[in-house]
Every structure is written in C-alpha cells, then in structure tokens.
Design a protein around this ligand. Structure first.
Ligand SMILES: CC(C)(COP(=O)(O)OP(=O)(O)OC[C@H]1O[C@@H](n2cnc3c(N)ncnc32)[C@H](O)[C@@H]1OP(=O)(O)O)[C@@H](O)C(=O)NCCC(=O)NCCS
Length: 156
C-alpha cells in the first residue's frame, strides 16, 4: 500500500466482524505504545460489539476504535488507531464521527478516554474535536507515564 492521499469517500466505517479482530490487533501492535494481550481485544468485543468499529479501505482494515460502555450514559475509548501510512488523511475523523453517532443511537451522552501526556498529536486531534482534559492520572501506563483523561459531552 502506498503512502499517498486516498479518496476518503471510499473508506467504509462499520462494526468489526469477529474474524477481523486479528487485523485490529496487528494495527494496535504497530501503532500503540502500550502492549495489550489478545484476550483483551476479544473481551472488549464481547462486552460491547457495537463499540468496536473499523475503517475499511479497498478491502483492508486500516484503523479502528475499541471501546467500552462505562455506564448507561458514558462510553470510553480504550484504543484508537489508524495505520501509519493512512494517518493524516481523514480516517481518524471518520472513525470518531461514526463512533459518536453509534454512542448517540445507544443513548450515550458522553465519551471519555485516556491519552499519554506525551502524545501531543492525539491530544490536539481530540481537542479539535471537542474533547477537553479533565484530569491527570500519574503512573497510568506500564512504563510509568501519566495519562490525561479527556472527555466530551455529546450534543443532541
Ligand atoms: C490519533 C489518530 C487516531 C488520528 O487518526 P488520523 O487518521 O491520522 O486522523 P485524521 O487524518 O482524521 O486527522 C489528523 C489530521 O490529518 C489532517 N487531515 C485530515 N483529513 C485530511 C485530508 N483529507 N487530507 C489531508 N490531511 C487531512 C488534518 O491536519 C488533521 O488534523 P486536524 O486536527 O487539524 O483536522 C492517529 O494519528 C493514530 O493512529 N495515532 C497513533 C495512535 C494513537 O496515538 N492513538 C491515540 C491513542 S489515545
């Protein structure tokens, strides 16, 4: 796959199929600093399948959001990543937009997530899309790094 701009109208964002979870695991291993066990992905999927979505481009999974339903009104993004060569093309925005739509359809009013305090790109990405930093958790990641908790109230 070439690292060139793509036509985002060809990107399909949809619920993941269980047999596609290994592809999400591969993307997570390549793009996320934290290591997650295989079991975690299946457990997230089984807990709330609607909240595990993928971006498909030309029959390839190129990004995903895995989430949990924290309460009747709050969802939590647990993992969010787009393959390196497909970043900065609008795919993350499409995934987040779809995720927010799914949340609203399920009666969810707010989304929270944790992000490494060093992950400036992601923090700016979220802030531009309406998330605010509401707290800091020291020693959150396995390497001791702190996390910001970010939060967004969904509009009706
Ligand atoms: C954070 C992440 C998910 C964002 O996904 P993405 O696909 O790169 O996001 P987008 O392309 O929609 O937006 C990023 C930037 O790309 C640019 N962009 C978006 N659409 C574009 C397009 N059609 N053409 C050119 N550039 C575009 C914009 O500059 C945008 O920034 P903006 O905030 O100023 O609008 C992705 O960078 C990633 O996977 N990072 C590594 C893992 C990670 O850190 N995850 C978050 C953990 S909490």
């Amino acid at each position: 796959m070439e690292n060139e701009k793509i036509n985002t109208s060809k990107v399909i964002v949809r619920k993941i199929r269980q047999d596609e979870i290994p592809q999400a695991i591969k993307i997570a291993m390549d793009t996320l600093t934290e290591n997650y066990s295989y079991e975690i992905f299946y457990s997230i999927y089984n807990s709330w399948p609607e909240g595990f979505i993928v971006a498909e481009y030309e029959k390839n999974i190129v990004g995903f959001i895995a989430s949990s339903r924290q309460s009747i009104y709050e969802a939590r993004i647990l993992m969010f990543s787009v393959m390196d060569v497909f970043q900065n093309m609008g795919i993350g925005s499409l995934l987040l937009k779809k995720f927010e739509e799914i949340c609203k359809l399920n009666g969810i009013r707010a989304i929270r997530l944790e992000v490494r305090i060093s992950n400036k790109n992601a923090i700016i990405f979220y802030e531009k899309r309406g998330f605010i930093i509401i707290n800091l958790i020291n020693n959150y990641y396995s390497n001791g790094e702190a996390a910001y908790i970010m939060w967004k109230m969904l509009e009706n």
